[in-house]
Design a protein around this ligand. Structure first.
Ligand code: C2E
Ligand code: MG
Ligand code: MG
Ligand code: MG
Length: 280
């Protein structure tokens, strides 16, 4: 359990095996009604250009508040939703809600990329590319401002259907990011051959950049590797000014983390972004 989920979830979730099994079953039951009962919401975490400090994008993150369980971390319920066959419905809701909220930002003269997390399950069916393009077109949201985030493990398990969907999306200008980079077991040849635009260095590496020389050198190597493959590099989990300064020295493109801002509602983002642009 991360520190964050420890704070946000109630004691219901025990790490004990029995309780964990029970809660998965329980969560699946409550998830069934979560959509119709309007228990989900979206929050957005800013991504800054490291060099200029400007807001260049946000990552959309789902939140679930259930009357019985309280706030449940997506790290807990997304895997349950995947196994219970509910991730498509939830994923469609995430897509629709985040794109419709992002369109509102443009009215406040805020133009930025929107990154949305997808589960590999959503890509296995094949219609996901059409679905994304339809939602973007319905809301007149520019495709080249939309980023699909998939974890490194998704790329390893990626069947032909996933690869085809990614190619199709890229042809329309959508960008593809590999999330939690460094935590999976993907090989360099794999990454070189995939249709990719962005790598997001996992926060477990970013948190070590100031802790030791090797920690810093490892992140340096990841940034250089990304650039060698013409990819944009985003650092996740930037928690301090010193992390941010080191990332600047290392030539990292973008940064995201609690040091910059926590994920926030669409309304809070509009205010935050407006204040930031007045400061810059
Ligand atoms: P992720 O995509 O890697 O998202 C980053 C996670 O790190 C988020 O947790 C974010 O709140 C957290 N984070 C951001 N900055 C910091 C920091 O400085 N320090 C620390 N300790 N944490 C930070 P969150 O929102 O709990 O989401 C967890 C994971 O759940 C996400 O990891 C993603 O894999 C998944 N997820 C979230 N929303 C969705 C969604 O809409 N669809 C799908 N399929 N998965 C989602
Ligand atoms: Mg992500
Ligand atoms: Mg990540
Ligand atoms: Mg993650």
């Amino acid at each position: 359990h991360s520190k964050e989920s420890g704070r946000n979830t109630c004691c219901f979730f025990s790490t004990e095996q029995h309780a964990a099994t029970l809660s998965r079953y329980h969560i699946a039951g409550l998830l069934q009604q979560a959509l119709e009962r309007n228990e989900f919401s979206m929050v957005y975490q800013p991504q800054l250009c490291v060099k200029s400090g400007q807001l260049v994008g946000v990552e959309a993150l789902i939140r679930w508040h259930n009357p019985e369980l309280g706030a449940v971390s997506p790290e807990l319920f997304i895997p349950v939703a995947e196994d219970a066959g509910m991730i498509e419905a939830i994923g469609n809701w995430v897509l629709e809600r985040s794109v419709s909220e992002a369109v509102q930002w443009a009215r406040h003269d805020l133009h930025m990329k929107l990154s949305v997390n997808f589960s590999v399950r959503q890509f296995q069916r094949g219609e996901v590319a059409d679905r994304i393009m339809t939602v973007l077109q319905q809301h007149a949201f520019p495709a080249d401002q939309f980023v699909v985030e998939l974890t490194e493990t998704c790329f390893m398990h990626s069947a032909e259907a996933t690869e085809r969907a990614l190619i199709k999306l890229r042809e329309q200008g959508v960008r593809i990011a590999i999330d939690d980079f460094g935590t999976g077991y993907s090989s360099l040849s794999y990454i070189r051959n995939m249709s990719l635009d962005v790598i997001k260095i996992d926060r477990s590496f970013v948190s070590q950049i100031c802790a030791s020389d090797t920690g810093g050198r490892l992140v340096q190597a990841m940034i250089d590797m990304g650039h060698a493959m013409d990819l944009e590099v985003v650092a996740e989990g930037v928690e301090s000014v010193s992390d941010f300064e080191v990332l600047k020295q290392l030539g990292c493109d973008q940064a995201q983390g609690y040091y910059i801002a926590r994920p926030m509602s669409s309304a809070a983002l509009i205010q935050w972004a407006t204040e930031l642009s007045q400061r810059l």
